[in-house]
Design a protein around this ligand. Structure first.
Ligand code: EPZ
Length: 419
């Protein structure tokens, strides 16, 4: 199994460019099923989650051409040959559940495996199904699959008990071809929702309110092919900003969008990390004085993003003093703490809160990535730790970071990938 071998790195310096956003690409790929015309999507890194979703789309009959060098995907859902997605593939990647909204809207039927839980939580889909039911669909569960069907989809007002990103995306996709108007109340307001809405509007959908907690979709007769450039990945950007801070480096992070990373910049500044805006799309991250412990609570956007919780925990475990992290979005998103503790971090977990007492030095050892962002956090800790760290199960990390080892090496990190 491939591993990352990381040794204590010098202060990282130089420039790093951020790639296209995994959590925008996946719903946009699912939404391309809504038309029989060709869609062209740019700024798509060959992440393993993207490749996995492309394979699922091809299984249902979609033509997919992925030019990995040009980071461009051509997708055309001319003939859909089956309404059932493959269990083995779909159960490995929760985002495949987003195909349900598109197939339901285009074909009025879908048979999709219930996405399994994952290390960070049970990951239910009740809010997705509640939304589809409000649009007039019926769902039956058998043998681990959800079979959903509707004679026609009728717009409705849907209240989400939690501003679920996936449920908002799935319902928005399904409502684009429904009869009448759909309003999603308590919708998610993440930047990725805005990106999906922009893509759908380029296809001819009628959507307003995206980026707020009330989104209105007016159904249209037909949707068309579109070309779209995906937003930069705000979580990749935040991860590299922490790489600069934890090594006391001086790094320019470019191809970001300031409005997406405001919560991350705010918390970095609170910890006394310097975040100098060079322009709308580039920030210089460096440290001058002692970093400060902080308290941090993950919340739906515009709150602090849960996907940055693990990377931030790595930084806080090296800052003298007591920091507190409260994880309000997922019920089990501290699993990476155990591996950090093996590197000498002093972390005490009480239900949804982690008390972190910063230590002078973490020490390198053999650790295992537990999930995507937890694995990224281990890389960050290893950069600053004394000695050598071996990270196994790095397939978790490769789901959401494209060639992270190459990007880190370019700014001075001592990191190798060992087959
Ligand atoms: C998306 O997951 C992201 N994944 C996650 O990123 C991200 O952490 C999450 O949104 C929150 O921002 C993709 O976009 C592919 P949710 P999603 O539905 O849509 C509960 C990463 O590391 N819930 O907003 O699955 C759920 O249990 C990944 O890139 C229900 O109760 O997240 C959780 O507690 C990890 N019922 C909370 O809502 C439902 O029907 C947030 O989940 C749906 C969700």
């Amino acid at each position: 199994m491939t591993k990352f071998i990381i040794k204590t790195s010098p202060c990282l310096t130089g420039k790093v460019s951020i790639g296209g956003c995994k959590n925008a690409i996946l719903p946009i790929l699912a939404a391309s099923l809504l038309t029989s015309e060709c869609c062209k999507i740019y700024s798509v890194p060959a992440l393993s989650d993207v490749i996995a979703l492309c394979s699922i789309l091809e299984d249902i009959g979609i033509d997919v051409a992925f030019d990995e060098k040009k980071e461009c995907i051509l997708v055309q859902a001319k003939n859909i040959v089956t309404l059932k997605t493959d269990y083995q593939k779909a159960s490995k990647m929760r985002a495949s559940f987003l195909i349900m909204g598109a197939l339901l809207s285009r074909c009025h039927e879908a048979i999709i495996p219930l996405p399994g839980g994952c290390p960070i939580g049970s990951r239910p889909v009740d809010l997705h199904l509640k939304g589809f039911a409000a649009l007039g669909a019926q769902a039956e569960q058998s043998h681990g699959f959800i079979h959903i069907f509707a004679k026609e989809l009728q717009g409705n007002k849907i209240y989400l008990d939690f501003p679920s990103v996936g449920a908002t995306e799935n319902i928005m996709i399904a409502a684009t071809l429904a009869k009448g108007t759909t309003t999603i109340v308590n919708a998610a307001a993440e930047p990725e929702i805005i990106d999906l809405a922009c893509f759908l509007k380029k296809m001819g959908a009628m959507i307003s309110g995206e980026g707020s907690n009330t989104i209105t979709i007016t159904g249209v007769e037909k949707l068309y092919g579109a070309e779209y450039t995906v937003m930069p990945d705000r979580i990749e950007a935040g991860t590299f900003m922490i790489a600069a801070a934890i090594t006391k480096g001086d790094v320019i992070v470019e191809k970001v969008r300031e409005k997406d990373i405001k919560p991350i910049l705010a918390k970095l500044s609170e910890a006394n990390v310097k975040t100098q805006k060079l322009d709308e799309n580039a920030f210089r991250i460096y440290t001058k004085e002692k970093l400060q412990p902080i308290s941090l609570k993950t919340m739906p956007f515009p709150g602090f993003p849960t996907d940055m919780q693990a990377p931030f925990m790595s930084l806080l475990s090296t800052i003298k003093g007591m920091s507190v992290i409260t994880e309000t979005v997922f019920e089990n998103r501290f699993i990476h703490a155990a591996e950090l503790q093996r590197m000498g971090a002093k972390i005490n977990i009480e239900s949804r809160s982690a008390m972190i007492e910063g230590v002078d030095k973490l020490t390198g050892t053999q650790v295992k990535a537990s999930d995507l962002r937890g694995g990224a956090g281990l890389i960050l800790s290893a950069l600053a730790a004394e000695g050598k760290t071996e990270i196994s199960d790095i397939y978790h990390i490769e789901r959401g970071y494209y060639h992270i080892e190459q990007k880190l090496k370019k700014i001075g990190a001592d990191i190798e990938i060992k087959p």
